[in-house]
Write a protein that binds this ligand. Sequence first.
Ligand SMILES: [Zn+2]
Length: 749
Amino acid sequence: MNPLSAFSHEVRRMLRERLTVLFMAVTVAITVWFCLNSSGTTAVDAYILIPSKYSAFLGALLFTLLTLVQFHRDYRNNTDNIILSYTNPIFYHLRRTLSLIGMAAITTLLSSVFTLPYALIKTGAYFQADTFFASWYLIFFGALTLSILLTSGFYMLFKRVEAAFIIMIGLIILSGLLDYHRYDLNPSYLLFWVQTNAEDFSDLVSNQFQIDTIQWNRLFCFPVALGVWIFGLSSIRRYGHGFLSSFIENSRQIWPPVSLVLTITLAGICWSAEPIFDNSIPMDLYVGKTEEVQDSGTGLFTFSFGDDEDENTELLLTDKKADVTIDTDNRTLTGEAVYSIENLTGEKQTLSLALNPGYTIKKAKVNGQEVKAIRDGVEQNNEATWYIDIPADKLTTVEVTYGGHIENNRSLSQTPWSGICREYVRIPRTCFSPSTNISAVEDLAFTWSLRLDEQLVPEFSGSLVEKLDTINGKVRWSGTENDRRNISLTAADYHTKTFEAGGLTIDFIYFAKHENEMANMDAIKVMKAAIDYFTEVYGPLVYRDHLAMLELPATFSGGYAAGNTSAMDETHFAAAGFLPGETDNPDNGSGIDTIIHEIAHQWWGLATFLKTDDHSYWSAEGVTCYSTYRFLEHYYGQAYAKERFIDVWQRNWQTYENAFYVQHPDYLAKLSKSDASNVMRNLQSIGLYNIMPLQILQAETALGGSEALMKKLSELYQNNLFGFITYEDFLSTTGLTEEVLNIAQKDNL
Ligand SMILES: [Zn+2]
């Protein structure tokens, strides 16, 4: 029998077996069940990615069992020696493994008969073919294939079903545990072999950065699993031989050791050449030297740039220019930067330039003469430092040609936020042009230009820019920065609506695919009214003349405020009732209430920091929820606001009061640490989002009405801009006591 007909014979044999068909049918049923019963924050997440990840877990388990059944049967029936006496054992196991992978492929195709139309119907205009393919073919089918290779490899290695089964269960659980500990341990995304670390897929822009991580995960896991399989195959027991002597006997043929070395080498190359993340040293070692990230406790982060302690005052930057081109086909950025430097010492100096670790300096010139730029091996804070020698001359011009593929900061979390692809570009501050730590003249003008594909609309952290020309489908943008030495940008198929509110010009920049929802919600009218209202009652926002409100992909899961930009991820703008699994937490919700909530955070949480403590539920959330309620009452009327806010707060407060652990706090001590902290987190969330707003309503009553209280809040806001506000500050400003407002005692817990 030739190899091909032997293989098709084996496939037909498996398909005739009831047990195999049963395993395949159960796996298909699981994919259908997860499609119908998953939730998520975007449509693509809820109807494609999350079902595929859960199905991958159960599918990996089922195909582990099926592989063991297939491999163990001959051994159990003592027919293996008979079979292997007339067939080549290597081809025999290869055929069997390939047939099992064939079963996995048929299972995946059969499940696509449901998953594809379901995804098309449920995600509608948000459907993306590459996202579907990555979820069901790379993640799900990938997990089945990897479990077949690993299981058969371990079975051939140990010749014991129990051993192979226990190892596989351990590996499947390990993959889940890595997910569970992804934020505290920050494990490499290459190790999530079953489900990968992809999450928060966007409905509105390309998920290419996340698909890159899925592809590299599979590129690494496949040679590892193949290596295990080849190792198992090369240790097939020869008649009368043990493990070691069989392995040596088998290795007389050249292919087992050679292919084993090849797969290990390939896995090693994929591990070390992984291009998505850098080798940045974990951040907390460098606290104080880096940007300070302030968690406002709101799901929103504010960035403040601390004083640069390492500033080199012996050199003075008098002028900087950069011309940058983004190549979306090759997914790279290239640029030329020119620095005019004054040497204040009259001695030779070294200029250090910091760049994204994925970039190289291709050419460097000092006063027109080509020189060498030397890269430091250390990568930190998503930057690698390059050194260029500067002569003793008073005035020096340094020109550098640089560029490359952006690498993300490994030390933060293995989520690829930055990069370049055709539909979406995200260039952080470290990736536009080399930054330098030398001191700068006060009126430094950094003039830059950028060439970018015509169909991409860029947003430059609120900086004002000019559109110069369009050549060969690329638009040239230009701008001048006065007070900073670098810029960051986000570009996608954005629509921009400009409106005036609160004395500011506001550019609302949202994904083109969200156009209908923005119109249905009348989002701009509501946003304008909210900004006007909060400005009127609390005081103006502290942006210079204009503010950009930018919509980000779901991957950002939250938002941030930096420079003149206030950014929020796409889930904040989805019309309500769109997705399963909505929560009571307004920071995880969607629709108008959420947009207003996030706008109110501009005053409470971003312009002022409301400091939490251990004796009250005071935080930015309480005042933000209260402010949202007040605006929507003003905008839609009392009935709407009462039903959406006061009733919900009171219901959740009842839940809190009735909670077993609130009634019996002693029992909390008997829980395990993680269970106790889960209970506490849930109660804490009710405290922040429901109890504190009720306490603020109590304060209203005590002061004799909402107007009196809003006046006090306005005082609090204006007197504490960019400062902390404690619960005590709130009490002393309003002249109220903790007792008056106390509807729930946090100390009880
Ligand atoms: Zn919030």
